[in-house]
Design a binder for this molecule. Structure first.
Ligand code: MN3
Length: 203
């Protein structure tokens, strides 16, 4: 069975940018619900409990048709949130300063341009979804959006950074002001983790 992975910090660690109330509900209610619904969806196909979330997300064709849509949604909901928690930290923010900094300069010109484009993708996303910094099959750095709980792993992309722009991620704190949430979020980005994700892919 799939288990909710531990949150790598306390609920109030990302204050004041992400409130403890938002973190607690987001993790204990929303994230937990994806894990529970994934396990429920697989109860008549228990052979898939031994697979990893990454495998499920990369292998929709291997899943029985009757559960495919639900499993992809719930596995994405579980995986995306765990990935998201880990690319944030207390006293985060700033800029990457290792190989990822070189990559961002190469593909976006400079860090501020990257930040603007990523924020624009987050603010411009219609409905619920995510914004990601990914490495494509050709090895290029790219900003992509994903709808609902879709995960770019399904499209063969590799993941460096993501931002949850579902209303449940910010509405209790920022109400309709998504752009303010996005702007404040840069203060909690865990660039060390993003660097590690990038190095694992390109080295
Ligand atoms: Mn969420």
């Amino acid at each position: 069975m799939f288990k909710l992975q531990p949150l790598p910090y306390a609920f109030d660690a990302l204050e004041p940018y992400v409130s403890a109330q938002v973190m607690k509900i987001h993790y204990e209610k929303h994230h937990q619900a994806y894990v529970d619904k994934l396990n429920k969806a697989l109860e008549n196909h228990p052979e898939f409990y031994k697979q990893s979330l990454e495998w499920l997300l990369a292998s929709p064709d291997q899943l029985p048709k009757d559960i495919r849509t639900t499993v992809m949604r719930m596995a994405g909901g579980d995986f995306n949130h765990t990935f998201f928690w880990n690319v944030m930290k207390k006293d985060g923010g700033g800029e990457p300063n290792d190989s990822l900094a070189v990559g961002i300069k190469k593909y976006f010109g400079d860090f501020d341009t990257f930040k603007e484009q990523f924020s624009a993708a987050a603010n411009g996303l219609f409905g619920s979804g995510w914004v990601w910094l990914v490495v494509t099959k050709q090895g290029d750095l790219e900003i992509v959006q994903s709808a609902n709980q879709d995960c770019p792993l399904t499209d063969g992309l590799q993941l460096i950074l993501c931002l949850d722009v579902w209303e449940h991620a910010y509405y209790l704190q920022y109400e309709y002001r998504r752009a303010e949430y996005v702007e404040k979020w840069w203060n909690v980005v865990n660039w060390q983790q993003a660097e590690e994700n990038y190095r694992t892919i390109v080295e």
